[in-house]
Design a protein around this ligand. Structure first.
Ligand code: GTQ
Length: 361
């Protein structure tokens, strides 16, 4: 992505009075001079206004519990505290293209059935015994499980747990809003009818096998509703033991749509990585801003962009965002496991994905 030669653009000159008057005149006709904005419209490198941010779970959790006192899941439809990028307050966005929120459901509650063109992922943070139902099949939620709600599928959530259950919601809401392409419907039923045994989608598609005469039940989206943590953890542990460990990522795998080998959803990529004890990572940056959920252990990430510097110490259940083209570097003394998601499939579909892995610290 680095051009062979690159000159620094001259800083824009302050506007002369006759030009200013001209701009005012054309403004009345809903026009604007490109040369006043060209440098920011076509930046030399990604220039997001998003900032890195860390949400510590011990600070967030009391507010989730307070939300439970103030509103039921039924009334809220989805009782979610949105993780808003501090630079995008009021826009319900954690990056320019992605939504993240923490959803909580109490024993016995139901988050009623609806569907929308926005794709959703769930990553279970706390509690066992809630379920999500998609297309007539329920899936139990356990901490560390990664669960998918494909675009335009009916889904409801419920809980037979003894304790609150909390998960991270990741949706492509800002992206669909950008395209003005969102549709949604509310189901006539609060909970959809269960028509298949739990585990059917995993048995069909989750064991490196697929039905002989299968179709792709959800188009570009994976036919697996739930990727259990047990399996992901086992894969990472085996790879960590066997080595080698990547100097930037530790041991990092991406989740796949088993029918295509591509990402599980057309708009969102998901990853699970393990940083072994003593990991001191090299710095990297990439165009896809990513949201992280800490599954196990502790670590830190330092983030830099221009003069901005951030250092986050994280532990299990914390969440953080590393925006586009911010240089990140991970460390972990005791080892940790991280889940993350980003809009990488869209960057790659457009041929604009860039990543830089720096050698020097
Ligand atoms: O569970 O369907 O966090 O529709 C935001 C919008 C969750 C959901 C969110 C949604 C959902």
């Amino acid at each position: 992505m680095t051009p062979a030669t690159s000159a620094k653009p001259a800083p824009p000159e302050p506007s002369r009075p006759e030009r200013k008057a001209f701009y005012d005149a054309i403004s009345a006709y809903s026009m604007h001079p490109l040369w006043e904005v060209l440098h920011s419209l076509v930046p030399q490198e990604p220039a997001t206004n998003c900032v890195p941010c860390l949400w510590k779970y011990n600070e967030v959790r009391p507010h989730l519990m307070r939300a439970c006192e103030l509103i039921t899941a039924e009334e809220a439809v989805r009782r979610v505290l949105i993780l808003e990028n501090p630079a995008l307050r009021g826009q319900s966005a954690v990056t320019q293209s992605l939504f993240a929120g923490l959803q909580v459901i109490l024993p016995g509650e139901i988050a009623p059935s609806h569907r929308h063109t926005q794709s959703a992922l769930r990553f279970i943070v706390e509690g066992t015994g809630a379920y999500t139902a998609v297309d007539g099949e329920r899936t139990a939620m356990r901490p560390g499980d990664f669960i998918i709600t494909p675009s335009w599928t009916w889904h409801d959530h419920g809980s037979a747990a003894q304790t609150p259950v909390v998960w991270l919601d990741g949706l492509d809401i800002p992206m669909i809003r950008f395209f003005d392409a969102g549709f949604a419907q509310t189901d006539v039923n609060r909970s959809q009818a269960v028509v298949r045994t739990e585990g059917t989608s995993f048995a069909r598609y989750g064991n490196n096998m697929a039905p002989v005469r299968h179709d792709a039940p959800f188009g570009a989206t994976s036919p697996i509703f739930s990727y259990p943590y047990e399996r992901s953890r086992e894969a990472l542990s085996a790879l960590e033991r066997g080595g080698p460990v990547d100097p930037w990522d530790g041991v990092k795998l991406r989740y796949i749509n088993p029918l295509t080998g591509g990402y599980p959803m057309p708009t969102m990529a998901t990853f699970m990585q393990s940083l072994p004890a003593g990991f001191d990572g090299k710095p990297y940056r990439q165009t896809d801003g990513a949201v992280f959920s800490v599954v196990e252990g502790r670590g830190s990430v330092s983030v830099e962009r221009g003069d901005g510097k951030w250092n986050f110490d994280f532990s299990a259940r914390d969440h953080f965002v590393i925006p586009s083209w911010h240089t990140a570097r991970f460390k972990s003394e005791q080892g940790c496991v991280l889940f993350s998601f980003s809009d990488r499939p869209v960057h790659q579909a457009l041929g604009i994905h860039a990543e830089e892995r720096m050698v020097a610290g």
